[in-house]
Design a protein around this ligand. Structure first.
Ligand code: KMH
Ligand code: ZN
Length: 423
């Protein structure tokens, strides 16, 4: 594992080129540009991806598919995007798309052109590049930290009968998730009848069971609780000490509409919760539900209410906040550019996009949260039999894109968590 992680933005294996096809690019009648020109652009995008990934230009080995879908003419503007979709020890499988964004309109006049409302895909391809081991100069992507959000405050047993409630059930489910590859459990508590509670005693009992049945697993307690709870109620788990002290706790940095409710995190309360987390010697995980929440993080950093290393959790798909899409995740990661280089990020997709976004994080060098708190299905219409099968699914998907999964000990190093309780 690398001791000096790369800045999160550098882990995004995507690249974009945009350029105008000139008269010199026209090769055939009617000012038509030849298809080989698109392949040359894909080659340049592939080279940028390899430089970002490995610090080396690498070599293009083979295309496995190329489709020419629409004509390109001199005067057109072409945007080319590429992404690494799979990583082997030396091979990097890539997907490319060339889109026309401006179309020359020679039919209307020699200099007429249209900016297209919708880009037209002109060429699509996928292929494999290689960077020999000896030329790979950059640190390998870090192992994937999988957080299991095993219960939450909103999911009910009526929705999924496998939801754990009691300390014994939470401990057993945490153990299954650890065995499946999780290194963090994100914890809420429930009364025996399933009502959400932030009771210190319920958390004490649950954490004691987790430490007994899933030794080493990082316990992250929620300070979000359920909508409508007071700050004092929400922060009770932070006062646990000794063998049941949590190592991490969430810090919700901003208010959002939350389904039909409002999840209130007033500025002065956010500062108060941040102070309580710090005073307890616990590491905060910053819950980011919207792009503007990163500005709140910047302000808290500037005021000294937060200090690096920061760990961000992008929670996407809450009805009322930022939707669960790859584009939104990309925008959030790109917006971390000015945060400290030690910053790490994870994504928690709410609802049916959970696994797709987790896979995206695996490809992009981030980390992922899965579990019944945010999503009750393993596949469309198939209930997950607890959170462990969801953990197993993302662990397998991560393996397919060349990401190992972090053990709890490795996760502690990656996050900058120094002391394991009881160690
Ligand atoms: N239950 C949500 C209102 C957290 O754990 O910090 C808040 C939540 C976030 O689950
Ligand atoms: Zn939660």
């Amino acid at each position: 594992m690398s001791a000096t992680p790369r800045h999160p933005i550098e882990l995004l294996p995507r690249a974009t080129l945009r350029l105008r096809m000139g008269a010199h690019d026209a090769h055939y009648g009617g000012n038509l540009v030849d298809g080989a020109r698109m392949l040359a652009l894909f080659g340049d995008v592939a080279t940028e991806l390899l430089i970002r990934c490995d610090g080396d230009e690498g070599l293009f080995r083979a295309y496995d598919s190329v489709e020419f879908l629409a004509p390109v003419r001199a005067g057109d503007y072409i945007e080319v995007v590429g992404e690494i979709v799979k990583m082997g020890a030396t091979s990097r499988t890539m997907r490319f798309e060339a889109r026309k964004v401006i179309s020359a309109r020679g039919d209307l006049g020699p200099s007429a052109a249209d900016a297209l409302a919708e880009p037209v895909v002109v060429c699509r391809a996928s292929g494999t590049c290689v960077t020999p081991k000896a030329e790979q100069r950059l640190a390998a992507r870090p192992p994937l930290i999988v957080t299991a959000a095993i219960v939450g405050a909103e999911t009910t047993r009526a929705q999924n009968p496998h939801l754990p409630h009691t300390a014994a059930e939470l401990g057993a489910e945490a153990a299954r998730c650890l065995a499946a590859g999780a290194s963090i459990v994100h914890l809420h508590a429930r009364e025996d009848d399933g009502r959400p509670s932030q009771s210190r005693e319920l958390f004490r009992a649950a954490i004691a069971e987790i430490r007994r049945l899933a030794p080493g697993l990082i316990v992250q307690t929620s300070t979000g609780g359920a909508v409508g709870m007071s700050i004092d109620e929400r922060t009770q788990p932070l006062t646990l000490d000794g063998d049941v002290r949590p190592e991490m706790a969430t810090l919700n940095v901003g208010s959002i509409n939350f389904g039909d409710d409002v999840f209130v995190n007033a500025p002065r309360d956010v500062v108060e919760v941040a102070r309580r987390i710090r005073a307890a010697g616990i590491m905060a995980e910053l819950e980011i539900y919207d792009l503007g929440h990163l500005d709140i993080v910047r302000a808290l950093l500037a005021k000294g209410e937060l200090a690096p290393p920061l760990h961000l959790q992008f929670v996407l798909g809450v009805r009322g906040a930022l939707a669960a899409s790859e584009a939104n995740l990309g925008a959030l990661v790109a917006a971390t550019r000015d945060l400290p280089a030690s910053t790490t990020w994870a994504v928690a997709g709410v609802g049916r996009h959970q696994l797709a976004l987790a896979e995206c994080a695996a490809r992009w060098g981030g980390h992922a949260r899965v579990g019944l708190e945010d999503n009750i299905y393993l596949d469309k219409g198939v209930l997950a039999e607890g959170s462990a099968p969801l953990v197993a699914r993302i662990v397998a998907a991560a393996g397919a894109v060349g990401r190992k999964v972090a053990t709890p000990a490795e996760a502690r190093v990656l996050l900058g968590l120094t002391v394991e309780p009881g160690a």
